[in-house]
Write a protein that binds this ligand. Structure first.
Ligand SMILES: [Zn+2]
Length: 210
């Protein structure tokens, strides 16, 4: 599905957008997602183990647009660059996304001018959007419930693609949005800021952006 606001695809980190809520809030084992093969995973078990970590790969897929590789094909590439760790060096725990190797991967393999922003202010986000760039921003996953207090900052990635129509907020795509309205959402900057960890990776906007 292409977003009517920003013309960027709306994609989730789980293969079935309709099951995101059941998986992230209802306790459904992702292995029960019947569309798991669409993700490119080798098995339901691999899909279940990784899908919760693939918000960054969903953002990358949205940036690459139609014809982008599958979530797990991108994961394979990111893993090769060290953007995720999943081995003896991390006790078998999946860690990531690590920004610097991710930016190298996005640049060298996908030709994207990716820039790591270790300190990024909300105003800095607006500047990047005004330059026509998109921003993969670290936010708390609770951002899908912006009317509630923020449980924390960071840990999840969303793709900011433009300002909101009134100019004062940010429009973004959330890979773990549990409804159409939270998968492609707009928030006033002060509300977004409550969930924002102050760091991210900027990526070029597409020719069709805006
Ligand atoms: Zn959009």
């Amino acid at each position: 599905m292409t977003c009517r606001t920003c013309r960027v695809p709306v994609l989730t980190q789980f293969a079935s957008p309709d099951l995101v809520g059941a998986i992230v809030e209802g306790g459904l084992d992702p292995a029960g997602d019947p569309r798991w093969p669409d993700s490119g995973a080798e098995s339901p078990a691999e899909y279940a183990r990784w899908s919760g970590h693939l918000c960054g790969m969903a953002c990358l897929r949205m940036t690459l647009g139609p014809g982008a590789p599958s979530l797990f094909a991108l994961r394979d590439g990111a893993l090769r660059y060290g953007a995720y760790t999943d081995g003896a060096d991390s006790d078998g725990v999946i860690k990531g996304l690590v920004y610097a190797p991710f930016a190298r991967y996005a640049s060298e393999v996908h030709g994207l001018d990716a820039v790591v922003h270790r300190e990024l202010s909300p105003a800095g986000i607006l500047e990047l959007l005004d330059e026509g760039r998109r921003v993969m921003a670290s936010v708390h996953f609770g951002i899908r419930h912006p009317q509630q207090p923020a449980p924390g900052r960071g840990g999840h990635l969303v793709l900011l693609t433009s300002r909101t129509a009134d100019g004062g907020g940010v429009h973004f795509h959330n890979p773990s949005g549990t409804s159409a309205a939270t998968r492609a959402a707009g928030l006033p900057l002060p509300v977004f800021e409550r969930f924002f960890a102050g760091r991210g990776v900027s990526l070029p906007g597409g020719a069709r952006n805006g």
